[in-house]
Structure formats: C-alpha cells, structure tokens
Design a protein around this ligand. Structure first.
Ligand code: NAD
Length: 442
C-alpha cells in the first residue's frame, strides 16, 4: 500500500518510518527543503532515539523516501496522512492554516479514491472542514474519505510508543476507510493493541481530552508539591501513597517546574478555546493553564531565594534545556521563561543540554553561554539548577562538581537527587515539594 505522510516533523517522520517498517511503501513530504535535503542525504533533522537507524533501514529497503513534491506523493498514495503542525494562535486557538493548505493541495491532486487521515492534533470539526475543502475544490470528481487518527507518541520514546501504543483511535464514517486503516495497523492487531473505532468528532476530542487530563494530573502534583513545602510533607511519599490507588495510578505524579513541550501547553489552551466556541467554560483546564504559569514563576522565585534573594551578578549553571529528556525539542520548555527571567535579573548563565542547545540558541537570550558538559556549566557557578532530568545528570561526580563551583548550591527542579545525600556531600540543596526533614527509612 502506498502512503504519503505530509509534514516530516517529530510526528510525521516517526509515523513514516514506523509505517515503512510495517511494510508499507511510504513517501514523507515536507515543504522545508533543508529538512528534505538532509533526509535524502541520510541525515535526520531531529533528535529522537532510534529514529536514524529506523529511517536508514527502511530507506535502504526502498520502502521510505523523502520529497518536497506533495503533488507526486499524493497522486501515488492511497492514504495521505496529514502530520503538519497546529501551533497556537495568540488567543490560544489552534492555527489550522497548515492543515487546510494540505487539504487544498490534496484536492488539487486527487486522481482516484483516497483516504485522508489527520494525525495532527486538530480541533473538533476539522475533519468536516477538510472534507468540505476537498469536496468543493476537487469538484467531486473522485471519492475520498476523511479519517481522524490522533497520535499519542511521546518525544524521547516515540518509536516504542508508535510500535506499541496503549490504543489506536480511528474516527471515520466510511467502512472502506476503516478497513484500510485496520490494514495499515495490522501489525498492532497481532500484539493485541486495543482499537477505538468511533466517529471523527469523538476521535478528535479523545486527543484533546487525553492531553488535558494528563496536563491536569501533572499540575495537580505540582500544586500538591507547593503544599508539601508549606506543610512539612514529602511529595514523593504523597505521590506514592496516591499512585498505589489503582483508580489514580502512579504515572504523571512526579513534581517539576511545570509542563512544557509541543503538546500540553498548546492543547490545553486550544481545548479551553474549543469549549468556549461551544458555549462552555472548561473551568478545570483553564485553571490548569493558569496554575502551570504560576508553577514556572515559582521556580524562578525558588532560585532567587536559594541565591540569597537576588541573582544579580551571580553565575548560574543550568543543566538541561529541552522540555524533557531524550529530545532536542525546546518548544514551550520551562527553561525558556526560567532562564529568560534569570538573565533579566542580571544572572550570568552557563547552560548545557545534551541535545537541545542548537534549538535553544534561537529561543534563549543571547547572553547565555553554552557549555561542553555538566561540569563545564558548573564551573565558577554560584548556583547549579537542574531543569531537565537527562540520565547523565543523575549520577554526577559530586566531589568534582563541588570543586568546580564557586559555591556548592544546587537547585534541583526535577528532584533527581536525595536531599540527605546532597547535604552530606556538602551542598546547600533545594528541590521541589520535599520539605520533610525527618522521614523514616524504607
Ligand atoms: P513539527 O513542527 O515537528 O512538524 C511539522 C512539519 O510540517 C514541519 O516540518 C513543517 O515544515 C511541515 N509542514 C507544514 N506545512 C506543510 C505543508 N503545507 N506541506 C508540507 N509540509 C508542511 O510538528 P510535530 O511535533 O511533528 O507535530 C505535528 C502535529 O502532531 C501537531 O498537530 C501536534 O500537535 C501533533 N502531535 C505532536 C506530538 C509530539 O510529541 N510532537 C505528539 C502527538 C501529536
């Protein structure tokens, strides 16, 4: 089966490479010529573990190719996946212009029955918009079906998530389109992946509702962490006690500097807007959006306080800039407001991230100095702040760290270290939600 994936970013490339690995014949398309030229040379423009090997394997087998020629890819394909960005507009609503552009291009090059699948996260009703654009623009010359197939992969473990998802959601009306989608995902049937077959609107809403729910869970524990600090509790113990309740579950109960990334911030804001358009105030999600901003601001306050009230003139080492480990994605990373505020306050920033520094340069103040590794970032620092919990920051040589810092002060916004161990190693140590000074062992 010939498949075109339009949009070769995090989702499009992973989708294309994984579907090729399922045995499909895949053409990945992007309008970004630089990206496509890199891919054609065998280089992968994003950092995603395992993606380079999967692309190389399937390109070599002749099942995966890259082009900027949307027309040719659409004409060749039976199924066209739309995986372009849906960034937030100023008012929080999702910008659908890339999606509608692709729909127009598909309409212009329709040459037979096609299944048009949205993988992009799109507001409820977008399926109908795409259908109308294609129908009106193509003059009804050929039949086609529109399917919603939202993507739930996480950057950093995207291939595993695509190959072994918790579920596959297919929203469609046309039984032929549903049958084709089931064919595409046949390898997942074999591993007993649950399928949710529903209408387009429900599929579109499943994606937003899932992301908003997860963002709520993260924000909930972040706010519990604030209470822990004020009331002498330890957030890890509280999270464990909560998470063992199977109705709650242990995942997404780890406190931190607020959620970021390419999905949660924009999808929560978009859901607030979608609800407003439907004449409803989605108060919980509105509160999550607001609370997440407060959490990020609290982190700056925490750093200031640890530094004696002001960071002016102080050297601050930053470990981790990406919004999460194992990605180079800087979109809406908490590091952006935190570092920007510290620079505004007059701090001198020395930062290191294993993968995201190139992307960070476009988003962080020009004064930031980028370093070779964690110890380089810590050199001469009055304070070292852990923002992203890359594995390589989990077992730093504490003696070496203390020796290269001007003052042994660590603000750990991901609770990577044990407070007791850090204090024993001679550090002044601040973390999130762990005010309890005396905890029983075990
Ligand atoms: P991205 O910005 O990494 O990639 C989008 C790509 O689309 C870009 O390379 C861009 O050049 C290309 N593009 C835009 N318009 C085009 C056009 N007309 N023709 C061809 N190419 C075009 O975005 P992403 O992170 O892959 O996200 C894509 C969608 O998937 C979004 O709706 C997002 O919400 C959703 N999503 C993302 C993730 C994630 O973790 N990144 C997870 C699930 C869903």
């Amino acid at each position: 089966m010939h498949i075109a994936v339009v949009g070769s970013g995090y989702v499009g490339l992973v989708t294309g490479a994984c579907l090729a690995d399922f045995g499909m014949d895949v053409t990945c398309v992007d309008k970004d010529e630089r990206k496509i030229a890199m891919l054609q040379r065998g280089e992968v423009p994003i950092y995603e573990p395992g993606l380079d090997a999967l692309i190389a394997k399937n390109a070599k087998a002749g099942r995966l190719r890259f082009t900027t020629d949307v027309a040719e890819a659409v004409q060749r394909a039976l199924v066209v996946f739309i995986a372009v960005g849906t960034p937030p507009r100023e008012d929080g609503s999702a910008d659908l212009s890339y999606v509608t552009q692709v729909a127009e291009t598909i309409a212009d090059h329709l040459n037979g029955y096609k299944v048009v699948v949205t993988k992009s996260t799109v507001p409820i009703g977008t399926g109908q918009i795409i259908e109308r654009i294609i129908r009106e623009r193509s003059g009804g010359k050929f039949p086609f079906s529109v399917v919603s197939n939202p993507e739930f992969l996480r950057e950093g473990s995207a291939i595993e998530d695509f190959m072994r998802p918790d579920r596959v959601v297919i929203g469609a009306r046309d039984p032929q389109a549903i049958a084709i989608m089931k064919d595409i995902y046949a390898p997942l049937y074999l591993i007993e992946t649950p399928f949710v077959i529903t209408n387009v609107e429900s599929a579109e809403l499943i994606k937003y509702a899932s992301n908003a729910f997860l963002a709520t869970k993260v924000t909930f524990i972040n706010e519990v962490a604030v209470l822990c600090e004020r009331l002498g509790a330890d957030v890890h113990h509280v999270a464990k006690g909560m998470g063992l309740d199977r109705r709650i579950g242990p995942k997404f109960l780890h406190p931190g500097p607020g959620f970021g990334g390419s999905c949660f911030p924009k999808d929560t804001r978009a859901l607030v807007d979608i609800a407003q358009q439907a004449g409803y105030r989605f108060a919980i999600v509105e509160a999550v959006v607001e609370a997440n901003e407060r959490i990020k601001a609290r982190m700056v306050e925490k750093i200031r306080k640890a530094c004696g009230g002001s960071v002016a003139g102080q050297v601050i080492g930053i470990l981790g800039l990406a919004f999460k480990p194992e990605t180079d994605d800087m979109r809406e990373s908490p590091a952006i407001p935190i570092v920007s505020e510290l620079v505004k306050d007059g701090a001198k920033i020395r930062a290191f991230d294993p993968a995201a520094m190139e992307n960070a340069k476009e988003l962080l103040p020009a004064e930031v100095v980028y370093c070779q590794d964690a110890y380089d970032a810590a050199t001469g620092a009055d304070c070292l702040v852990i923002i992203t919990e890359w594995n390589q920051f989990r077992s730093l040589d504490l003696e070496r760290l203390a020796a290269c810092m001007a003052k042994p002060l660590v603000v750990d916004l991901r609770n990577v270290y044990e407070p007791e161990k850090m204090r024993e190693a001679g550090f002044a140590y601040e973390c999130v939600g762990r005010a309890a000074t005396q905890l029983p062992k075990g």
